[in-house]
Design a protein around this ligand. Structure first.
Ligand code: HEC
Length: 262
């Protein structure tokens, strides 16, 4: 048989079908066209499996959220926006009006509520009533509604019972809450508690008063220890500093009295 993979081009057409085309093609190592191409250099590596991509994606998401949330935060609002930042009017926009002013008492109570939720809620409860056994109620508590200096020292330094009612609560000691608390935040929290849950002192603790409290706490001889009822006797006073009329209208963003210069 003359069956060959390279038929003589000069021969006549293979009318007798002596060449099996399929076999001839299979036996050729590659087609002529493919043989002319350069080899794909490739990387000699296996392609990555989809599972590897999925695992990497999960790791990236977790790492990203950890870094993004890291205390202080690489991308946190506070590191990019200065505390005293006040949004200026948009240039060329005549009717870019500020938010309507509100009474300072309402603004402080609202700000204090969110700080309370973050700092005190877990122990003293969303309704401020504590649980009667481990955590005392702040509703009607004479230390919360009485002298501002005494109230502030409890918050800033924590408290070793007995409490205002003479009772010692199961949790034993309240941890200090002053760490990282600004005067403004302390003013918000105190104003909130004095005017919420049924407490209605009606006053505003100003940031200046709160700063006075922070200064007093800083001068304690044993700053790491919680205050005791005994120590609090020295603080049966009201904090010095600017008193604010609770009806003063303030900008709800800057907390500055409306019309006041910065
Ligand atoms: C980890 C739990 C815990 C947290 C958080 C906490 N407290 Fe307390 N607080 C206590 C305990 C416990 C007592 C009572 C201490 C004792 O009996 O020894 C107390 C007592 C008090 C008292 C005294 C009440 C009275 O009438 O004698 C005040 C006021 C108070 N806390 C305010 C606050 C404020 C404001 C915050 C948030 C900034 C706060 N506490 C956060 C546990 C806590």
């Amino acid at each position: 048989m003359s069956s060959s993979s390279t038929p003589n081009p000069n021969s006549r057409p293979d009318l007798d079908d002596t060449i099996n085309v399929t076999t001839a093609h299979n036996s050729a190592s590659m087609t002529a066209a493919a043989a002319r191409e350069n080899r794909n250099p490739g990387s000699n590596k296996e392609p990555l499996s989809i599972a590897t991509f999925a695992v990497c994606a999960v790791i990236f998401i977790i790492c990203g959220s950890v870094i993004g949330n890291a205390s202080g935060g690489f991308f946190s609002y506070n590191t990019t926006i200065k505390p005293e930042y006040v949004r200026g009017k948009a240039p060329g926009v005549a009717d870019d009006v500020a938010l309507p002013p509100k009474p300072i008492l309402n603004v402080y109570v609202k700000k204090g509520q969110s700080l309370y939720s973050a700092k005190c809620n877990g122990c003293h409860g969303a309704d401020g009533k504590g649980d009667g056994a481990n955590y005392p109620s702040l509703v009607g508590s004479s230390w919360s509604t009485g002298h501002t200096e005494r109230f502030a020292q409890v918050i800033l330094n924590g408290l070793q019972g007995p409490t205002s009612t003479g009772k010692v609560y199961g949790a034993g000691v309240m941890p200090a809450q002053g760490g990282g608390m600004s005067a403004q935040d302390l003013a918000f929290i105190m104003t909130f508690i004095r005017n919420s849950f049924g407490n209605s002192v009606g006053d505003v603790v100003s940031p200046e008063m709160a700063q006075a409290a922070i200064d007093i706490a800083a001068k304690r001889s044993n700053p790491a220890a919680p205050v005791t009822a005994e120590e609090l006797k020295a603080h049966e006073k009201d904090l010095t500093g600017e008193k604010m009329d609770p009806t003063t209208l303030v900008d709800p963003i800057t907390f500055k009295p409306v019309g006041a210069k910065k």
